[in-house]
Design a protein around this ligand. Structure first.
Ligand SMILES: N=CN[C@@H](CCC(=O)O)C(=O)O
Ligand SMILES: [Zn+2]
Length: 426
């Protein structure tokens, strides 16, 4: 297997790993719950002074240290003073992109808005131009760096979108890169087609023709080559209308792609209800949120996803997640790692920012970044909690006073070891 940073091929990998003397084992679920909602998000089940047993790539047992006496393993890790938790599940990223946009960052500091930059042909179109002029190999190499970086930061499952191609060929190129990342890295990867991310310059005066291209050409080709699981649209003023979004979601569904959409980043005008109507797996951003949006989400299977690093970077409102949780709804947290609005894939920062700026409790934020994140990318049956039979994807922290310390001591790296599929990443 072409495992990258993880494994020294000359070193025999242990078949079983026993992590013992764990100060606190976090997010332990006796039953395989797929998401947690409303007031339940305040509950984060843990075991103090615990052990965890991994065999091959699977969590097989856990419990209190007093019940660990007779358990043997190929390798034992002593986690005295350390906390163990499931790896982060980052359900919204754009990590496959070419180059960066630090000049736009400086332009914003000097007074331009994200919208001003987009209106003068920058923003997503700037990234699209760069990507179209970048070879597939080079795009892969740039993306590998980011994927390695986020794995070291504790991400064990990741959704990755296309959307900086904006031509059939360039979108396919992005999705092939995602497919290669999926093949060559041990983390769980889910791919999303976001052909409708911005209107390309050539279609400026004929938006309908671009939507036609997405519907009639991009979606069928992507489905035929089995390059994506999900269909996404940037449903926003100046980007894609409700009508465009509906056409694209319908076409995606007809080709087996489940909706998972960008809505309410700057304006709330019915995108959430539309997502729910088409049984979207998630509706993401929600910096703006109306009472009608909350009403639409009630009783649905759709996960609301907040992206606090994006709010931080663009200085836009933080999603009012308390409103969602008060209504009994679940919330997931993701990074939105991309070159324009969030050049960071650090889920630890996301969890801290959710606590500090959105007033989520550490328990709510950790639920949102693990089990609910896994749900928002369709993998919570196997990822996102410490549960017998689930994939052995865990973070072992450095010695810390409690798991509250993770969001509290923001910006510092508290991770000592990341285990993905039962293998220690180095
Ligand atoms: N909002 C749309 N897409 C990305 C940003 C894209 C960009 O600026 O490159 C986001 O989720 O924030
Ligand atoms: Zn995004």
């Amino acid at each position: 297997m072409a495992f990258f940073i993880t494994i020294n091929p000359l070193k025999k990998q242990p078949v079983s790993i026993l992590i013992k003397n764990i100060k606190e084992l976090i997010q332990v679920r006796e039953t395989n719950v797929l998401k947690v909602s409303g007031a339940d998000m305040k509950e984060l089940p843990t075991i103090k002074n615990a052990y965890l047993l991994i065999e091959h790539d699977t969590i097989v047992e856990y419990g209190k240290m007093e019940d660990c006496e007779n358990i043997q393993a190929d390798k034992t890790i002593d986690a005295t003073g350390k906390v163990v938790l499931p790896t982060w599940c980052d359900s919204h990223t754009h990590i496959v992109y070419a180059g960066n946009r630090e000049q736009e960052f400086v332009d914003r500091i000097n007074g331009l808005s994200y919208e001003d930059i987009a209106n003068r042909g920058g923003g997503i179109l700037n990234s699209a131009e760069k990507l179209q002029n970048t070879s597939e190999e080079e795009l892969y190499n740039q993306s590998v760096k980011r994927l390695k970086e986020v794995i070291k930061l504790g991400t064990g499952a990741i959704e990755i979108k296309s959307g900086y191609g904006l031509t059939v060929d360039a979108e396919l190129k992005m999705l092939r890169v995602i497919k290669r990342l999926k093949k060559e890295f041990p983390v769980k990867v889910k791919a999303t087609l976001l052909g409708a991310h911005a209107i390309p310059k050539a279609y400026k005066d004929n938006q309908k023709a671009y939507v036609d291209l997405v519907v009639n050409s991009m979606i069928p080709k992507v489905a035929e080559e089995e390059l994506a699981h999900y269909i996404d649209v940037f449903c926003e003023k100046g980007y894609f209308t409700l009508e465009d979004t509906e056409r694209i979601l319908k076409a995606g569904l007809a080709h087996g792609l489940t909706p998972k959409i960008h809505v309410n980043q700057f304006n709330a005008f019915g995108g959430v209800a539309l997502g729910v109507k088409y049984n979207a797996l998630s509706v993401d951003h929600l910096e703006e949120l109306s009472d009608d949006d909350v009403k639409a989400l009630k009783g649905s299977n759709t996960m609301p996803v907040a992206l606090p690093s994006c709010s931080y970077f663009l200085s836009i409102p933080y999603s009012p997640v308390r409103k969602l949780m008060k209504a009994g709804l679940p919330v997931a947290l993701a990074t939105d790692y991309n070159p324009g609005s969030t050049p960071s894939g650090n889920m630890n920062f996301v969890v801290s920012t959710a606590c500090i700026k959105m007033k989520m409790t550490p328990e709510e934020a950790i639920n949102a970044a693990t089990i609910n994140g896994a749900y928002a990318m369709g993998v919570s049956n196997m990822y996102g909690s410490i549960c017998r039979g689930k994939k052995a994807n865990v973070i072992i922290t450095k010695e810390i006073p409690s798991y509250h310390f993770l969001p509290y001591a923001f910006g510092n790296n508290h991770i000592e070891t990341v285990i993905i599929n039962g293998v220690e990443i180095s």
